[in-house]
Design a protein around this ligand. Structure first.
Ligand SMILES: NC(=O)c1ccc[n+]([C@@H]2O[C@H](COP(=O)([O-])OP(=O)(O)OC[C@H]3O[C@@H](n4cnc5c(N)ncnc54)[C@H](O)[C@@H]3O)[C@@H](O)[C@H]2O)c1
Length: 438
């Protein structure tokens, strides 16, 4: 496979310049200034194991695959509020104010473009920085104009879009989403089942721009848009950044399953007080998140294969809006497990995390890998990026992979394949033996 070099500037466009996006943008600026480290980003900090006899067989990922440099990234985006990135980041209260002050000129210069928004999809937001047009099709055209203008004025060679907008209300796929022609008809007829995030995705894919979805909304996970992605040879991926509680779940559950320990119940509850939490306080929006979070355990534990261990599993998830905690989400998990002869045990996890601190590096990696995929000629669903998602988008008829360790192997093997290196088999035995005797 031939991967084109990452020459010139990469425009990273973000619908939703809220807590996650502003933490990312300020973070990249801080790293560029040399005042902070990009911790949590695999593309910047991670290494990859290669089956090479000579030379460095554990290089940094960024030295192994041709990724855009942070210096070559230009940010832009849309929001329903007019606040520039400095104001939005100060409001989000994720990063310390003195850090934001040192980056103030760069952050203030970044002002959101007017959003495509529909309040019926997010009842708890009331922003007015919103585009007006007669049809959803015209709104998509307006977004395409924004994108073309951004590319020209900011002198970008390539673009990538990562959805960091709020979680939209729960909807299921209907006939309007089933084919590209039905979807385009729906855009022209203002079909209410076409969500704003889908309009952004349509605009991106029409222009051949990779689109990654960090929220649990369907967005690009509908047949119409996977069809368009194939047609315009564009990489897509989603859904819902895997951070916090679900990250912990997909680290721990594979271990319990590996040891054939039974799991009877897994109760997860969260408190958070940021704008995301406020949006999720609305039951229709929480439902979208709940569905995304619930799928994880079943796919890892496979009650269909081991009903005696996982057949009775009761999985419950709650998110509670609690303003005093802001972005510092606190989660509790109570896990009822059982072992030899059925004797019961309990595990308790109390994770005092920082939501946007965990999510920001994922946005960076997805932007850089989305751009890499495009330069490598990959298109359609990028299942190798499942590592980053709570509810990985996958081809119909296939099971998504949730186990974080398997996801990492799949991601690294995709990189090895792109660069013409030998794949490492997941068991790793032959590989390990050769290495020890080398
Ligand atoms: N932080 C995490 O750990 C995490 C993990 C997984 C998923 N997510 C998802 O990422 C998204 C962003 O999270 P956040 O904490 O930054 O939320 P946030 O509320 O701080 O930011 C979201 C922003 O999107 C804007 N927005 C909403 N609809 C829009 C539209 N149609 N067009 C443009 N902008 C729009 C809002 O005005 C807001 O500023 C949410 O959907 C959240 O559920 C976050």
């Amino acid at each position: 496979m031939e991967v084109k070099e990452a020459t010139g500037r990469l425009g990273v466009l973000i619908p939703g310049l809220g807590a996650v996006a502003t933490t990312l943008i300020a973070g990249v600026e801080a790293v560029k200034k040399g005042i902070a480290q990009p911790i949590g980003s695999l593309t910047q900090m991670g290494n990859i194991h290669l089956n090479r006899k000579k030379g460095n067989n554990y290089p940094k990922i960024k030295d192994f695959v041709p990724l855009a440099n942070l210096e070559d990234i230009v940010f832009g985006g849309w929001d329903v509020y007019e606040d520039n990135v400095y104001v939005a980041a100060s409001r989000a209260k994720v990063l310390e104010q003195h850090t934001l002050e040192t980056l103030r000129p760069q952050l203030e210069a970044l002002k959101p473009m007017k959003a495509v928004f529909d309040k019926s999809y997010i009842k708890n937001l009331d922003g007015t920085h919103v585009k007006e047009a007669a049809t959803k099709y015209a709104l998509a055209e307006a977004l395409m104009e924004d994108i073309a203008q951004f590319q020209e004025t900011r002198d970008c060679d390539r673009l990538v879009i990562v959805w960091c907008g709020s979680t939209e209300k729960y909807i299921e796929t209907g006939d309007v989403h089933e084919s590209l022609s039905a979807f385009e008809k729906g855009l022209k007829e203002n079909d209410p089942r076409i969500a704003p995030s889908m309009i952004y995705a349509y605009a991106a894919l029409k222009m051949g721009i990779p689109f990654l979805n960090g929220a649990p909304n369907l967005t690009v996970d509908i047949p119409a848009l996977t069809e368009l992605a194939k047609q315009t040879q564009t990489p897509i991926g989603g859904k819902d950044f895997k951070t916090g509680q679900t990250l912990m779940k997909t680290i721990l559950a594979p271990g319990l399953q590996a040891r054939a320990l039974g799991v009877k119940g897994w109760f997860s509850t969260n408190i958070l007080g940021n704008r995301d939490g406020y949006v999720l306080d609305e039951p229709d929006n929480f439902k979208t998140k709940e569905v995304s979070k619930l799928s994880v355990l079943e796919d890892i534990l496979r009650p269909d294969l081991s009903p005696e261990l996982y057949g009775e599993l009761y999985h419950k998830i709650r998110i509670n809006y609690y303003p005093p905690h802001g972005d510092n989400k606190e989660s509790w998990d109570n896990i009822d497990i059982f072992g030899w002869l059925g004797y019961s045990m309990q595990i308790k996890i109390n994770f005092l995390c920082r939501d946007s601190i965990l999510a920001a590096p994922l946005v960076l990696d997805l932007a850089l890998f989305g751009d890499l995929a495009k330069r490598a000629g990959l298109s359609g669903i990028q299942e190798w990026l499942s590592f980053y998602f709570k509810s990985p988008q996958h081809a119909p008829g296939f099971r998504p992979e949730h186990d974080i360790f398997k996801q990492l192997t799949i991601l690294q093997n995709a990189l090895r394949k792109l660069m013409g290196e030998e794949l490492v088999n997941p068991e790793g035995l032959t590989f390990a033996e050769e290495e020890i005797t080398a």
